[in-house]
Design a protein around this ligand. Structure first.
Ligand SMILES: C[S@@+](CC[C@H](N)C(=O)[O-])C[C@H]1O[C@@H](n2cnc3c(N)ncnc32)[C@H](O)[C@@H]1O
Length: 336
């Protein structure tokens, strides 16, 4: 067999079996294995007795995950936490567990993926009967969990954006679809003279207002409840939308940006925090996230050129792109 044929076969096998690695990951996350390893390495039998699992099956899951770099398998067969596995513990700073559980919880909807690719629509909506943000609004506990999941997945990007972008000079920073308020709180902490606005769906807004009630910058935050498909009644000189536009198709993005631009003063900065779609044939988080959007939201990842077009259509002058030390780049525009 040629090296090319072997590589082709390995790629196909890898693409076929990836799903089961993610399934093992979801299972281990749900079982709380990382927390059970917090104090010391443990044998599969000991672990299985604690978390309620079959010892051999659990050992096989952990062995495979350790081979991928999550957990460490010791010479005596015990398993230990390593840095990624520590982030799977429940109450550690920056815990990833809420996001793993979020995706695991919605994983059933992946059964509708092929239908959506064949016939259009969104697998999530085919499966649950409603678009994701309606579903979260109808199930407040899921909604609250989603806010935490966004922190788990994207929390690390907040400091990265603030390191990469100089916001000095802005008097009011408006986070549109700002979710759990992490970005707004960190921005106001960094710029003590700045005021902030959080624009969100009402239920999300109330949770965030409660969460930030004791924050040192609480008195500088205005909360605006709304629907950005109806209006964005927010006046600021700097707007931020992080992982908002990737939830929507182009027509919806034009509506959101149009409403934002209608209320923005001339010269206002508009910043989009997004994982940019990589160029053709280049692997990366943008391409994978694009499939996540296909699965859950009906939106998609975009290139800088795609964003430039959307922004210009909304009456915003595209300025440029600033990479950050995280998955997001910041696409910048100004109101004409
Ligand atoms: C993917 S989350 C990103 C949250 C936050 N910007 C972050 O980066 O963590 C998208 C956010 O858009 C909000 N959203 C969805 N539909 C909305 C609407 N019609 N009006 C206002 N906000 C909306 C959701 O509630 C959610 O918090």
């Amino acid at each position: 067999m040629t090296a090319g044929a072997a590589a082709a076969n390995a790629l196909l096998v890898n693409l076929t079996t990836r799903f089961i690695v993610s399934t093992a990951f979801f299972t281990v996350a749900r079982l709380g294995v990382a927390d059970a390893l917090r104090d010391a390495p443990r044998s599969p039998a000991d672990l299985a007795a604690t978390v309620g699992a079959d010892p051999r099956a659990l050992a096989r899951c952990l062995g495979a995950l350790a081979a991928h770099g999550l957990f460490r398998e010791l010479d005596d067969g015990r398993f230990a936490l390593n840095e990624p596995a520590r982030l799977l513990c429940r109450d550690v700073p920056g815990s990833y567990l809420p996001y793993a559980l979020q995706v695991a919880g919605f994983f059933d909807s992946a059964a509708a993926f092929e239908r959506a690719v064949r016939d259009g629509g969104t697998p999530f909506e085919h499966h649950y009967g409603t678009p994701i943000f309606e579903h979260l609004a109808q199930h407040p506990a899921l909604g609250a969990h989603f806010d935490g999941a966004m922190q788990a997945l994207h929390g690390i990007e907040t400091a990265a954006m603030l390191e990469a972008c100089d916001l000095a000079g802005a008097t009011t920073f408006a986070d549109i679809g700002g979710g759990n308020g992490d970005v707004l709180a960190a921005t106001l902490a960094r710029y003590p003279a700045m005021r902030g606005v959080l624009f969100e769906r009402p239920a999300v807004l109330e949770r965030t207002r409660e969460r930030l009630a004791e924050h040192p910058a609480a008195a500088r935050i205005d909360y605006v409840a709304g629907d950005f498909f109806a209006a964005v009644p927010v006046r600021a000189d700097c707007y931020y939308l992080r992982h908002v536009l990737h939830d929507w198709d182009d027509a919806a993005c034009r509506t959101i940006l149009g409403h934002l631009a209608a209320g923005a003063p001339r010269g206002a900065r508009v910043l989009l925090g997004e994982a940019l779609l990589e160029p053709p044939n280049q692997a990366g988080i943008g391409r994978d996230m694009d499939l996540v959007m296909l699965q859950f939201t009906g939106g998609w990842q975009r290139s800088a050129a795609d964003f430039a077009t959307l922004l210009e259509d909304a009456g915003l002058d595209f300025v440029g792109v600033t990479p950050t030390a995280s998955m997001i780049s910041v696409v910048e525009a100004r109101k004409r």
